[in-house]
Design a protein around this ligand. Structure first.
Ligand code: FUC
Length: 821
């Protein structure tokens, strides 16, 4: 009998699928030593309250964050000086006087007041245990299967255990201290903060720390915060005085840590932090640790358990996580890869909850008053990257704070657009903060980039493609339209090229040969063109669906027609700028012009064969090793180039262990957080999204299964990935080919599958060979202008593997199982 890979399709209702779920041990980061530095401590969070657990036996440190403790207060950093400067800067750019243009922009267009406020730590809670300096059998872990951390060790034959969580359901951090014998818990608890003028105090049996976010760059600090700790003991005694909570000879103790601020929203700080911190504590303390834990775990697992991922097992889980990170590129450790993927999902659930703030540069975890780049939102890549895993890894709810921020930015950005450029719509440059400031900040070299609103809008539109939710689209349409309106006003014709361009701008944050490598300022950069192309295209699509307006569409289409196509330069590369300035030796971390490859869909192996080759050439020229987020982006790039082995190589590079001694290069800290360096959370999210992209892609007309599977991941399973069009994919694979497949359709519609296997339909199932355009509107088509190709460029033709494409019309709420004969 001829053995042919044959998949049969059977339609079921909601059927559960037995993929090998990740077991509890696989979902743990564990260590045999306490954390000596912050980058070894373990992050817990409930979206609002963050805690880094150090796990030292004699003095536990819990470094604490509340997501709304920022310096400053409601403010704007926009100004009018730019109105006069704008035409002059543009003229200088057009004359090729880039250094002068950049200097003038730095002087007159960049913010004249502040560059945004920093995100600040609350401080730390310490628990000191007299006599615990000498210990044996040390163990600590972070269990991302249930969002709890544990510390265990033995002193004089007594085993001590600490269990810590940041409760989603009760809005407090709880710490359970227990011992293997009664009467053994004796410790002192206290708090302090690097924020000047914080005041410790005592109220009954509660210890309190109150403070105010700092003044910064001329903006008065007005975020008032208060933290409270109370203990509930079994046996022994508890007392509090002078800001110290003393526990004497207890059998078991639970500490309840509550923090609140006066922050209501970006323009209102009139909450009562005292009442709030009291209330959270009062409500939580009526419940014991196990009750709080049960509700916490149930809440967390509702999201986390939507995706399971298995790449096979070996016994490396018995080694501490830091050693496995160190050895990842030398040994095959499939469980570390799946753990790292899931860790990104864990972090997103833990730092981005509906109703709260979006994940900033460090998520919510920060022990400083002025952290690197203020731990703000950098919108020329970092803030968007944080949300790449949200839809595809089945965490759509975690996307909400980012959408809310977009709504707020569209308000503050409208005032900035008017004031600074006399333009309609709204503008965002390369940074914002909790006050939603939108003016250009820092020097013009990095900050003179008015295209943030376009990228934010791309993310908003993408969410619609995953959910098909028209109500949501109605809600975000005005934001997208406002962003488009800005560019309709702001863009002008470049007299050198005749194209409609964004100017002044930069290709983040790269200098160009037009200025002999000194300046970044330019006109009509490739990334800007791609971003505005997306924005205009999406606005036209969205308007057809929720606010038909033929005149507006005509206007936007007319602008699109005047924009430059992509260009392929003399080194066969995708040009970063209008001029062929690219240097093949340039290894800059930003490869902004490949935005068109990922996260956008303008460059694809199927539709734009020349551009895909040029993008690959560019990527090879830029090299692999870089900052954490840059490597995270490259995993996605190589996945879109259908090269799983190269994507895997980038994951190996990203696993470069960065320790207190080994400080060179980007990579991963012992606690698995991304090292830019310093710590920046985007690399974690970028890599999680990248791994999803290696296993499944859904753009360019089809859902492609295993598009970039590295050869080492020959067998495995993933359950719960979401595609554009709202299909949930569960699949296993063997010998690098799909072996079982189940698809749940959330919203119905045509499911076009692209894979190397052959599918055969069972009776009753309408499985057709795909023909023509995918009729599913969530796989809408984009038509890219033909690229302009330099005579010196050498473009080879791409050889694609042989794929089969099928269509199955699916019904909402139904599960379709396919099996391989
Ligand atoms: C951009 C990047 C840096 C860093 C910063 C937060 O400016 O160029 O590498 O990630 O954002």
């Amino acid at each position: 009998m001829k053995l042919k890979s044959k998949i049969t399709a059977i339609c079921f209702g909601l059927v559960s699928f037995a993929t090998t779920a990740q077991t509890t041990t696989e979902l743990k980061l564990w260590y045999d030593k306490p954390a000596a530095i912050w980058n070894e401590a373990l992050p817990l969070g409930n979206g609002r309250l963050g805690v880094m657990v150090f796990g030292d036996p004699s003095v536990e440190r819990l470094q604490l964050n509340e997501e709304t403790i920022w310096a400053g207060s409601p403010n704007t950093n926009a100004h009018t000086k730019s109105i006069e400067a704008l035409p002059k800067v543009r003229q200088l750019v057009f004359e090729g006087k880039f250094d002068e243009a950049q200097a003038l922009a730095t002087q007159d267009i960049m913010s004249q007041t502040n560059d945004g406020m920093p995100y600040q730590t609350f401080g730390s809670a310490y628990i000191s245990f007299p006599g615990h300096q000498k210990y044996t059998n040390y163990y600590r872990d972070l269990n991302i299967g249930n969002a709890t951390a544990k510390v265990k060790y033995t002193v004089n034959g007594v085993e001590f255990t600490r269990e810590i969580l940041s409760s989603f359901s009760d809005q407090v951090i709880v710490v359970k201290l227990s011992a293997s014998q009664p009467g053994q818990i004796t410790c002192n608890v206290f708090m302090n903060s690097p924020i000047d003028k914080t005041v410790p105090s005592t109220e009954g049996n509660q210890i309190i720390l109150s403070g105010i976010g700092t003044n910064f760059e001329g903006v008065k600090g007005k975020v008032e915060f208060q933290g409270r700790i109370e203990a509930k003991n079994k046996g022994g005694e508890v007392s509090a005085s002078n800001g110290i909570l003393s526990i004497n000879k207890a059998d078991e103790v639970t500490l309840y840590i509550s923090i609140a601020t006066n922050f209501k929203n970006y323009q209102d700080i009139t909450e009562d932090e005292v009442a709030k911190s009291k209330l959270y504590l009062e409500q939580a303390i009526t419940k014991d640790f196990e009750t709080i834990k049960k509700a916490h775990v149930a809440y967390y697992q509702k999201f986390f358990n939507r995706v399971s991922f298995d790449l096979g097992k070996n016994d490396l889980v018995s080694k501490p996580t830091n050693e496995r990170i160190r050895d990842f590129s030398k040994q095959f450790d499939p469980q570390l890869a799946s753990l790292y993927f899931q860790f990104g999902r864990y972090l997103l659930i833990s730092c981005s909850q509906p109703g709260g703030q979006p994940a900033n540069l460090q998520g919510i975890w920060n022990d400083m008053i002025t952290p690197p780049w203020d731990s703000k939102y950098t919108t020329n890549i970092n803030a968007e990257m944080n949300y790449w895993p949200a839809e595809v890894t089945n965490l759509s709810e975690m996307h909400e704070p980012f959408i809310q921020m977009a709504k707020e930015l569209s308000v503050t950005g409208a005032a900035t657009a008017k004031m600074m450029y006399n333009a309609n719509g709204w503008v965002l440059h390369h940074n914002t903060d909790i006050w939603r400031t939108t003016a250009p900040v820092d020097s013009a070299a990095s900050g003179m980039w008015p295209t943030g609103g376009a990228w934010i809008s791309q993310d908003l539109w993408e969410r619609y493609l995953y959910t098909g939710d028209k109500n949501y689209l109605k809600e975000i349409y005005p934001i997208m339209k406002g962003a488009a309106d800005f560019f309709l006003d702001f863009m002008i014709m470049d007299p050198n090229t005749g194209y409609l361009v964004v100017v002044p701008s930069v290709s983040p944050e790269n200098v160009h040969a037009g200025s002999k490598g000194k300046s970044t300022i330019a006109s009509g950069t490739t990334m800007d063109n791609q971003l505005v192309f997306d924005l205009f295209t999406h606005v036209i699509e969205a308007s057809k669906l929720v606010a038909p307006d033929a005149d507006y569409a005509k206007k936007v289409n007319a602008a699109l027609a005047k924009m430059a196509p992509m260009k392929i330069g003399k080194h066969s590369q995708l040009q970063e700028w209008q001029e062929d300035w690219d240097n093949p030796e340039d290894i800059h971390r930003h490869i902004s012009h490949l935005y068109g490859l990922f996260p956008s869909n303008q460059i694809s192996p199927f539709k734009t064969p020349e551009l895909i080759e040029a993008a690959k050439t560019t990527l090879k020229q830029r090299g692999d090793e870089s900052t954490g987020w840059s490597m995270g982006w490259k995993v996605n790039y190589w996945a879109r180039l259908l090269d799983g082995n190269h994507a895997y190589k980038l994951l190996q590079d990203q696993m470069h262990l960065v320790t207190a001694e080994q400080k060179k290069g980007g990579g991963t800290y012992p606690n698995m957080l991304d090292a830019h360096q310093p710590f920046q959370i985007d690399g974690n999210f970028g890599c999680t999204a990248g791994i999803a992209e290696m296993l499944m892609q859904s753009y360019d007309d089809a859902i492609q299964l295993l598009p970039a599977l590295p050869s080492v991941w020959a067998a495995g399973s993933i359950k719960g990935l979401v595609t554009r069009g709202g299909f949930v994919i569960d699949m296993t694979w063997k010998n690098n080919k799909v072996s079982t497949l189940k698809i749940y359709s959330k919203i119905g519609g045509n499911c076009r599958l692209r894979l190397e296997n052959t599918l055969t339909a069972e009776k009753g199932i309408q499985l057709k060979k795909a023909k023509g355009k995918n009729p599913n509107p969530l796989f809408y088509d984009v038509t890219i202008k033909k690229p302009i190709i330099s005579e010196k460029a050498v473009i080879k033709t791409v050889k694609l593997p042989k794929y089969n494409e099928y269509d199955v019309e699916m019904k909402a709420g139904q599960t379709y199982s396919f099996s391989v004969n």
